[in-house]
Design a protein around this ligand. Structure first.
Ligand SMILES: Nc1nc2c(ncn2[C@@H]2O[C@H](COP(=O)(O)OP(=O)(O)OP(=O)(O)O)[C@@H](O)[C@H]2O)c(=O)[nH]1
Length: 413
């Protein structure tokens, strides 16, 4: 028996990987690397509106705090020694954070998706530092409550920003650590009691928000996997894991357009099991299902190139769409496939034509005016020729094909 080509059928792997991730890994907030990459992309696409909403909320709250500051400034510090200190620290700090938040808001619509988390984190870090500078000033002047307010706003912006918990948590930790270090270094001891109370409250809040973010991200991960599974199920046959007729139609149209542009060949082979009704009648439906799965597994190995597609067309009928292949090479590969199926030695004692379960194959090549239906009808006609002339054979494209590919469509401008 000829050996199987090494590549496994990718479709079944994708489904299995998705189910495994759904059962096991979404709770740990980390998928296998390739799934993780797709999840990050999904998160950026689905969360970009949330991201913008959080920045807007942060900006509005921050404007409120600035307005409140101005009132307090006029009320308490105007004309005192503190005024120059105030103007030198708070005003630039507030301005920087306002500019950064405003800039991020404008950039959110234009920046490439993969830059958003980095830009968000940088802005939030700068925003936090500005919060400390102004908060520190308030503590010095006995208005410690404003610091808590600044950092609560920071957390409101920080956690729901469409980033993963692993991205946001280190930033929160660094900000908290900076908060304690700054206070420990520079705060007069008289301020420590009120500082400790505020800082402890902030840490509890941060912990609660981190837990909420964990729950949110876990749900987002499960939702992402369910999406992927639904997409997969809509495009594949559940018994064999091969592409279904619907995805064949979509893939065929893409391949046909590309073949016309590039002058490449596009061929369809239809494979139909021989006397499968007799097989089912004698060995039962379950054995029939198992046989179909074995055939699909072998067929899947013949669609290893990226544009090729193995399809379950329905019942005991399968298809192989082959892009940019040589007609005689495809015929040979199909002969090889029939030899492999015989090599499976699925006993079919009631077949009038062979000892084992066998198949017949019809092949057709698309021309420039081909549609799914026309190519399908041509391959089907060849399949019935194969059935009529004794089964367990390949029919179609017997003679070397004169033209190497589809003639590119001539476009008039
Ligand atoms: N086990 C199983 N059988 C199926 C499935 N889908 C279709 N079949 C069976 O496939 C058989 C197809 O039979 P026919 O269309 O008469 O073809 P055949 O017996 O293979 O005859 P030829 O094609 O002329 O060689 C029927 O018995 C269907 O019940 C399936 O998903 N599982």
């Amino acid at each position: 028996m000829p050996a199987l080509p090494p590549t496994p059928p990718a479709t079944h792997n994708a489904e299995r990987a998705c189910r495994r991730e759904l059962q096991v890994r979404s709770r740990w907030l980390r998928f296998a690397p390739d799934v993780e990459q797709q999840f990050r992309q999904f998160l950026r696409q689905t969360q970009s509106d949330n991201f913008l909403a959080c920045i807007v909320v942060g900006l509005v709250l921050w404007l409120g705090v600035v307005g409140w500051d101005v009132l307090r400034y006029r009320e308490y510090f105007q004309g005192t020694a503190v005024e120059s200190h105030y103007l030198l620290t708070i005003v630039p700090a507030r301005l920087v954070s306002l500019l950064m938040l405003g800039g991020l808001m404008l950039a959110a619509r234009r920046l490439p998706d993969h830059w958003l988390p980095a830009a968000g984190l940088a802005t939030i870090a700068a925003y936090g530092i500005c919060g400390y500078v102004t908060g520190y000033f308030y503590l010095l002047t006995g208005k410690g409550d404003a610091m808590a307010l600044s950092i609560l706003i920071l957390m409101t912006v920080l956690l729901p920003c469409g980033m993963t918990l692993r991205q946001t948590l280190p930033v929160s930790m660094v900000l908290i650590a900076a908060y304690w270090t700054v206070a420990w270094q520079w705060l007069p001891s008289a301020q420590w009691v009120s500082f400790r109370a505020t800082a402890s409250l902030l840490m509890v809040c941060m912990g609660m928000m981190a837990f909420a973010a964990y729950l949110r991200e876990r749900d987002a991960r499960a939702q992402f996997l369910r999406h992927r599974l639904l997409d997969w199920e809509a495009a594949h046959d559940p018994l064999t894991g091969l592409a279904n007729r619907r995805s064949f139609q979509r893939h065929f149209e893409i391949c046909l357009a590309q073949a016309q542009r590039e002058g490449a060949t596009l061929m369809l082979a239809i494979l139909d099991l021989d006397h499968f009704k007799l097989y089912n009648d004698h060995y039962g439906h379950k054995a029939g299902d198992r046989a179909l799965q074995q055939v699909a597994l072998v067929l899947g190995h013949y669609a290893a190139r990226p544009m090729d597609l193995a399809i379950r067309l329905g019942g005991e009928e399968f298809g192989l769409l082959s892009y940019a292949d040589d007609a005689q090479a495809l015929r040979q590969r199909m002969q090889h496939l029939l030899a492999q199926l015989e090599g499976l030695q699925i006993i079919h004692a009631h077949s009038p034509t062979a000892l084992w379960l066998t198949a017949s194959i019809g092949i057709a090549q698309a021309d420039a005016s081909a549609t799914t239906e026309s190519l399908f009808l041509q391959a089907d006609a060849q399949l019935y020729r194969a059935k009529r002339t004794g089964r367990n054979r390949v029919c179609g494209l017997e003679l070397p094909v004169a033209q190497p590919g589809i003639k590119p469509v001539e476009t008039t401008i």
